[in-house]
Write a protein that binds this ligand. Sequence first.
Ligand code: ADE
Ligand code: ZN
Length: 319
Amino acid sequence: MTLPKIELHLHLEGAAPPAFIRGLSREKKIDISGIFAPDGSYAFRDFAHFLKVYEAATSVLTRPEDYHRLTLAVLEQSAASGVAYTEAFVSPDFCGGRDLGAWREYLHAITEAATEAERTMGITLRAIVTPIRHFGPARAKEVALCAAETAGPFVVGFGLAGDETVLTPKDFAWSFDMAREAGLRLTCHAGEWCGPDSIRDALRDLRVERIGHGVRAIEDLALVDELAERGVVLEVCPGSNIALGLYPGWRRHPIRELFHRGVKVTISTDDPPFFHTTMAREYDRLAEAFDWDDGVFRQIARTSLDAAFCDPDTRARIA
Ligand code: ADE
Ligand code: ZN
């Protein structure tokens, strides 16, 4: 498949190749050997453990230049999968600990790497600043301040990731209001580990226009109809859902039914090395499981492009 792919849901740290993280841990003598399987991949038992392994991996990303190298490594992987445009979640919690001065330095390093990748690999990156839900609303406010201060052509969005089973979207309303007032576009992880009401809560209390995952909307067909009617975009990450045990296999994944019921679904990888996936693999597995042809993928890529948070000039350039 040679269609240019558009990815809207990718965690920058979660896309770090394990060899890259292991290399930095050796350089800095930080012992995180427990997060790797014997074959060198990341090892985790379930979602809660995944979050712990994820945070341990980020502990070696201690300098802006680490993020420069990380961004290049991630974009190289994505470009190899035929991705033309990526929106990545970036967390000031991991980049300078929510200190605005440090955050600006990390962001500068990421932006420089993105510019280099655009020139050398033809892939465009934009950032969605993202607090971590289980770190709590107070930290999310500091993250929102970082996001608002750096909103612009590169930082285009604000999101919420982390453990969906703790707290509620409403607890983060202040942060989302601040981000919206700064001109940022909004998305929130919901309907991954909690049911349909978590999606309703995010839409009502945070006024987001996209939902990260959102697949559990399928458990309430009235909500599915509402999503379709309102044109809410779902950032669906099938390989992630299957790797984390949410669905037993590709044919059982609800993306097909959501698509047929008129919901604006898009396709992303979430944290590709953790889930042994790539955008090319997601497309291949979906084509195989649902007999989807180029026409379906073209429609989904169009939806993704329309839902991208970048400015219209950037959208026109990557179209
Ligand atoms: N952070 C990284 N991957 C995530 C996921 N699948 N859900 C919630 N938070 C995440
Ligand atoms: Zn995610």
